[in-house]
Design a protein around this ligand. Structure first.
Ligand code: AMP
Length: 114
């Protein structure tokens, strides 16, 4: 079964795409937790952070490069933002296709709820 993100990447499901290249797609989160909430998703469907391999190092670096580019484009590079990768149950992962959250546009408060 393809994940919801694979279906967005293939164009089967709609999304507000803010960046697309040969390695990643970035689109706005459907339930934004901040004024800017973008998901950066590799085409390759890596299920979780546990599944990254040596071959993925360049891809993971590229996700950071794209995140910084989107942050600049969204006007939050200087005010700041947060990048999050959730893993498995305790990490609160909902979609088992590795992705990076880019959140910003307001002070985000403590990193983890007490
Ligand atoms: P995570 O908990 O890290 O797996 O985050 C999954 C994120 O995907 C959540 O923030 C959801 O709001 C978001 N999401 C789920 N379905 C969609 C969708 N169809 N379009 C955009 N974002 C989605």
């Amino acid at each position: 079964m393809p994940t919801i993100f694979e279906r967005i990447i293939s164009g089967e499901l709609p999304a507000t795409i803010v960046h697309r290249d040969e390695r990643v797609v970035a689109f706005r989160d459907v339930h934004p937790r901040a004024p800017i909430h973008v998901l950066i998703v590799p085409h390759r469907p890596i299920p979780t952070a546990n599944d990254v391999a040596d071959d993925d190092e360049a891809l993971l670096g590229h996700m950071f490069v794209v995140a910084a580019r989107i942050a600049r484009a969204e006007g939050i590079a200087d005010s700041g933002y947060r990048l999050i990768v959730n893993c498995n149950r305790d990490g609160g992962q909902e979609v088992y296709h590795l992705h990076m959250h880019l959140l910003g546009g307001k002070p985000l408060g403590p990193m983890v709820a007490p």
